[in-house]
Design a binder for this molecule. Structure first.
Ligand SMILES: [Zn+2]
Ligand SMILES: [Zn+2]
Length: 255
């Protein structure tokens, strides 16, 4: 399984893009950085977008992707996948013919460019060669993380979350867990902001990682606020956890 980091930050500045990760070029985890990164032939290859939650930094490029593909993708919709309330919220607040056209009926009702698929949390869902599972996490709006499996490799992506429980329990049951992508947004001095906005600091992460019993699994950090990146690097070093690193934008990881 190849994970290509299209963007991995919790803020947008020149050279720093919002979170979006392409799995084998056909499945996206979140869509904060798609149309400004992928060339058009790469955009055409996308079949699935797993959405962690409705915050704009995680969905903002779905409308622009749909607009790019609407005139040529009559028979293969891009499937937008999440749990029920998240899907309903995207439909009613974004693709509502006010903020953006309803691309589930365009260019035609029979062959739309987008299809929304609601899945149940904590249930394995097969998607071609992948199996995915959504697991609720703890953010300011309803949010899920995902386990993505292909063959004998599984990776876990938390999306945005403050301290949480269920996803770590699930991780502990995964014998073939190859990597954990977890958010760390704010430096330790902004703990109050992190807590009120459903995010984590390095010290909060340290406590979270005690819940993960699978030692030796690489921990890859995401959703850093770019203006604090230098401080975050220093504070993450100080927690002294083995095999922890920051996801790098543009990098491709093999698991
Ligand atoms: Zn969020
Ligand atoms: Zn976010």
């Amino acid at each position: 399984m190849e994970i290509r980091v299209l963007g991995c930050y919790g803020g947008e500045l020149p050279g720093y893009r919002f979170c979006s990760f392409a799995v084998d070029g056909k499945l996206l985890l979140d869509a904060g950085a798609v149309t400004s990164v992928l060339r058009l032939p790469e955009q055409r290859r996308l079949s699935y977008i797993l959405v962690t939650h409705t915050h704009l930094d995680h969905i903002k490029d779905i409308p622009f992707l749909a607009a790019n593909l609407v005139d040529e993708r009559f028979h293969q919709p891009v499937n937008i996948i999440s749990t029920g309330q998240i899907i309903e919220s995207i439909k009613s607040h974004l693709f509502n013919d006010a903020l953006w056209p309803d691309f589930t009926v365009l260019p035609t009702v029979e062959f739309p460019v987008l299809k929304f698929i609601s899945i149940d949390p904590e249930v394995d869902v097969p998607l071609q060669e992948f199996t995915i599972r959504a697991i609720p996490v703890n953010h300011t709006v309803r949010a899920v993380g995902y386990i993505i499996r292909k063959g004998r490799s599984a990776i876990l992506y938390t999306g945005d979350t403050g301290p949480t429980e269920r996803i770590w329990e699930e991780a502990n049951d995964l014998e073939d867990l190859k990597a954990v992508m977890v958010e760390t947004s704010f430096p330790n001095g902004l703990r109050a902001v992190a807590e009120s906005s459903g995010h984590m600091t390095p010290l909060m992460l340290k406590r979270e990682l005690k819940k993960l019993r699978r030692r030796g699994v690489p921990i890859l950090l995401a959703h850093m606020k770019p203006q604090y990146l230098g401080l975050l690097k220093k504070e993450v070093r100080q927690i002294g956890y083995p095999k922890i690193s920051f996801l790098r934008q543009g990098e491709r990881y093999q698991f």
